[in-house]
Design a protein around this ligand. Structure first.
Ligand SMILES: *[C@@H]1O[C@H](CO)[C@@H](O)[C@H](O)[C@H]1NC(C)=O
Ligand SMILES: *[C@@H]1O[C@H](CO)[C@@H](O)[C@H](O)[C@H]1NC(C)=O
Ligand SMILES: *[C@@H]1O[C@H](CO)[C@@H](O)[C@H](O)[C@H]1NC(C)=O
Ligand SMILES: *[C@@H]1O[C@H](CO)[C@@H](O)[C@H](O)[C@H]1NC(C)=O
Length: 418
């Protein structure tokens, strides 16, 4: 068990709207640096009611709002061979995609849908035979609608067991070829979007916060974040117990990181910066590294923040072989205490700082500047030092800059859903 630190950096693609200040080439990157592209099942596959697939919360969310949806998307379900060909022509080393849970296990009975299974086997075979590494995400915001209907999805701890059973099937069926597993994509932003603001599935929030019919932004983001961490830990433990020795892969979690910079050099903005980092990243990263939430979060959120039992803390701590760092946006942080006081507390009023993004967030314009990366690194380096001392964890950074396949997504207007 080495105290080795693996920095596998996957530099994935970047959308056509990027403005680069510098021109980089592959030669600027270290040897062994992996370039790839990335999609999620709902944004890429289409074929939502073909071959036995049933709705996920994404289908429901978009269909009930009557807005652009993923019914066809990039039609990857039918066109995966062409897409792999494009990856080959582009010279990519890896493809990161997610599995649609409701395609693989469409009904509550838990039976595997053989046609869904075959699709993923075919895709993986197509990638591997062209020398492209498959990197698989198990959960990209799209659990089956039947679980949401039955017990409320992630607000209920029963999800931990169901998610682990689903992961077990994936490891068993695909693990001979898949060596990199991300349990949950951007666990932090999924939680904020789905349960604090209600602007992504399952669309839950307090009515004071958004236009949601169900939810509670004071409590649910923290409950869901907690259940996601426990589910991740459970899946990671399953892999270690049952598959790791034979398959030799690694299991991690990915986070949506924001490059934060203090607005001024004042002490208060420095404190605000740390609060923003604690809430956005420390919330998930510190349990994975230290087994508990950041002190500042515990102090602010109080009894609304679930508490890890000793056993859970031990399970979550060290449960990630890597942490995927997914990065699009940078922002300045300003101390603006109580800017949201008077409303019922929610994730942002708890964080209690003012954040101004660079670029046009409406259009998801991404400004790739070197500072983006520098801003967020200190937080992670801090954890890395600790990791080196206490954990035998491999931390890999996925600096996700979408270059290629995103243009397909953009052309279908699906980019904003990432
Ligand atoms: C799921 O249920 C439908 C009927 O509701 C059935 O036609 C289908 O075969 C079932 N799929 C699996 C994989 O059990
Ligand atoms: C949210 O839950 C808290 C704690 O149970 C409760 O005090 C509050 O009234 C709830 N808010 C809403 C909007 O339901
Ligand atoms: C709120 O959501 C409902 C159902 O999704 C929709 O019909 C209504 O127009 C929305 N209201 C606003 C103000 O957006
Ligand atoms: C962001 O882009 C949208 C859509 O193109 C545009 O309407 C808006 O004015 C832009 N905002 C800023 C601050 O540039």
């Amino acid at each position: 068990m080495g105290q080795i630190l693996f920095l596998t950096i996957i530099f994935l693609a970047l959308s056509s709207s990027v403005r680069c200040n510098h021109v980089y080439s592959k030669k600027d990157f270290p040897k062994g640096f992996v370039f790839g592209s990335s999609t999620s099942a709902y944004q890429w596959e289409g074929a939502v009611d073909e071959d036995g697939r049933k709705p996920s919360i994404w289908d429901t969310y978009l269909h009930t709002r009557n807005v652009a949806n993923g019914d066809i998307a990039a039609d990857g379900y039918h066109k995966y061979k062409e897409d792999v060909q494009l990856m080959v022509e582009t010279g990519l080393d890896a493809f990161r995609f997610s599995i649609s849970w409701s395609r693989l296990i469409p009904n509550r009975s838990g039976q595997v849908n053989l046609k869904g299974l075959q699709f993923y086997k075919n895709l993986i075979q197509e990638l591997v035979s062209h020398g492209i590494e498959p990197h698989v995400t198990l959960y990209h915001y799209d659990h089956p609608q039947y679980l949401e209907d039955e017990y409320g999805g992630w607000i209920n701890r029963r999800m931990i067991e169901d998610f682990t059973a689903y992961a077990d099937i994936c490891f068993r069926e695909f693990g001979n070829y898949v060596k990199s597993w991300t349990t949950i994509n951007e666990a932090n932003i999924f939680t904020v979007g789905g349960y604090n603001d209600g602007n992504s599935p399952p669309g839950r929030c307090s009515q004071s916060r958004g236009n949601c019919s169900l939810g509670n932004s004071s409590t649910e983001p923290y409950i869901v974040g907690h259940n996601l961490l426990l589910a991740h830990a459970s899946v990671s433990r399953l892999y270690k117990q049952k598959y790791k020795d034979i398959q030799g892969g690694s299991v991690g979690l990915s986070l949506f990181t924001i490059g934060f910079k203090p607005c001024t050099s004042s002490k208060n903005d420095g404190i605000a910066l740390q609060r923003a980092r604690d809430f956005f990243m420390g919330w998930m990263l510190e349990p994975l590294v230290f087994g508990d939430y950041p002190d500042e979060m515990k102090r602010t959120v109080g009894s609304r923040l679930p508490v890890f039992s000793e056993e859970e803390s031990e399970q979550v701590k060290g449960s990630s072989d890597f942490v995927g760092v997914i990065h699009y946006l940078s922002a300045t942080v300003k101390s603006e205490p109580s800017s949201l006081s008077g409303t019922a507390p929610n994730f942002f009023s708890d964080m209690d700082v003012s954040i101004t993004f660079f670029g046009n967030v409406t259009t998801f314009e991404v400004r790739v500047i070197e500072e983006n990366i520098r801003f967020k690194i200190p937080y992670i380096q801090l954890s890395l030092q600790t990791l080196k001392c206490y954990q035998s964890i491999f931390l890999s950074f996925f600096f996700v800059f979408f270059l290629f396949l995103t243009s397909m997504l953009l052309s279908h207007g699906l980019w904003k859903m990432s």
